[in-house]
Design a protein around this ligand. Structure first.
Ligand SMILES: Cc1cc2nc3c(=O)[nH]c(=O)nc-3n(C[C@H](O)[C@H](O)[C@H](O)COP(=O)(O)OP(=O)(O)OC[C@H]3O[C@@H](n4cnc5c(N)ncnc54)[C@H](O)[C@@H]3O)c2cc1C
Length: 388
């Protein structure tokens, strides 16, 4: 029988892990999907349960609570949690992105305890790059980080940050060099959520409401030197590499939502009748679904390929950018088609319209399609041939 795991990237161990994650997601995550959209609270009990099962950042080393797997393991878990609730699967996304940054660039005495809390599901860490003046031109950020004898003093604002008001700590990118130094004057630091001088707000988001977004306001926030991630002024050049990982994961995340929408729509159109036949008998109904079925499968393989390349230590920035622009647009268009296939019922508040709202955010968050296509163009034509 065809399963989502019948492909060359997924071996028997990964398939077993995915099936375990699906059982958990079906039993524990799916039931609260719509309720969390209303309450806008990420369920910390579920987060700890996921941690106890090894579902959070399994690619991290065992000494910090990971399973020491490759990144494909993170991928198969991530898509199963996202099938049940995209918002909740932000736990996996943020942990894998930020866990990798902390593990690679943190001072061990600071990073290790945070990583242990992260993998146990006891801490949520956000990442703050975007500012009110813009997100696409990320290297142009303005938030000031002044170096003192024993650390940094931070002043300024970050905005549109996922989990801004729920995170226990935030990886913050700030300007330590001159504005003219661009990407070469940016430093990353870890700021504990209870740091003095840090205040936060929450937006009223269209989708992804359980995780939410908001602003972070820094007023003379002090962080010790050992909270720096990577070298001074190298935050952008070093730490930004982590985004290739999260872009492939985002692809799997939104495509998982599209897949479950397709499954429900095939079942519905097979049993609901019009003009004396099942809806699926009409090619106007079934062929668009078949088109999306084809493309969703293809895009998923591209995401798995990007993670596989990462696990091989091979370059994958262009592939990750392909996942990031294609999958969110495809997932949105697919779920839109599914919603229409339900007729008036699709327009009621319910799982389908929530999925549409949830996936839309990823056409913007983590970089828009235009920026992703610029990354692909640079990889193929050369950076000099594709200036910003
Ligand atoms: C759901 C969601 C979650 C997010 N989570 C986070 C988070 O956790 N952390 C974080 O730091 N940020 C986060 N963001 C912010 C996000 O990364 C930015 O919104 C995004 O990078 C775009 O920046 P902007 O909104 O300032 O748009 P702008 O940079 O102002 O761009 C506006 C439009 O112009 C286009 N554009 C800009 N420059 C070019 C160009 N050179 N060529 C062609 N088109 C261009 C863009 O594609 C976009 O369509 C999130 C956003 C959303 C919606």
């Amino acid at each position: 029988m065809q399963t989502p795991y019948n492909n060359p990237y997924i071996d028997a161990d990964l398939a077993a892990l995915g099936e375990q994650a699906r059982r958990f997601a079906t039993g524990r995550v799916a039931p609260g999907f719509q309720e969390r959209d209303r309450t806008r609270v990420l369920d910390r009990t579920l987060m700890r349960e996921m941690g106890a099962l090894g579902f959070i950042a399994p690619e991290l080393p065992e000494e910090v609570g990971g399973l020491g797997t490759g990144t494909l393991a993170a991928g198969v878990i991530h898509e199963e949690i996202a099938r049940a609730d995209l918002s909740l699967s932000y736990i996996n996304l943020l942990a894998s992105l930020n866990g990798q940054i902390l593990a690679n660039y943190g001072q061990p005495e600071v990073a290790k305890p945070w990583l242990q809390r992260l993998t146990k599901g006891e801490a949520l860490i956000a990442i703050a790059l975007t500012e009110p003046s813009g997100g696409s031109d990320a290297a142009n950020l303005r938030l000031r980080m002044e170096r003192t004898a024993d650390g940094y003093v931070i002043n300024g604002e970050k905005t549109s940050i996922s989990a801004a008001d729920q995170a226990d700590a935030i990886i913050v990118f700030g300007r330590t060099g001159s504005v003219e130094s661009g990407a070469h004057g940016v430093t990353a630091v870890l700021v504990p959520g209870d740091a003095q001088g840090l205040t936060r707000s929450r937006f009223d988001c269209h989708g992804q409401r359980a995780i939410g977004r908001g602003s972070l306001f820094f007023e003379n926030v002090r962080v010790p030197l050992d909270h720096r991630l990577g070298d001074e002024n190298r935050g952008f050049v070093q730490v930004m590499q982590g985004f290739d990982f999260s872009r492939a994961l985002i692809g799997l995340q939104v495509l998982a939502v599209a897949s479950v929408a397709l499954e429900e729509t095939w079942a519905y159109t097979a049993q609901r009748e019009a003009f004396g036949k099942p809806l699926s008998a009409f090619q106007g109904v079934s062929h668009p679904l078949a088109d999306f079925e084809t493309q969703v499968n293809a895009a998923r393989l591209l995401c798995l390929q990007a993670l596989w390349l990462k696990d091989q230590g091979a370059p994958h920035s262009a592939e990750a950018a392909m996942c990031k622009w294609w999958a969110p647009k495809l997932a949105y268009d697919c779920i839109h088609q599914c919603l229409l296939s339900f007729g008036h019922a699709g327009y009621d508040r319910g799982p389908m319209e929530q999925r549409l709202r949830d996936v839309l955010g990823f056409q913007i968050g983590d970089g828009t399609a235009q920026i992703m296509k610029t990354i692909i163009a640079r990889a193929r034509a050369g950076r000099g041939a594709v200036p910003a």
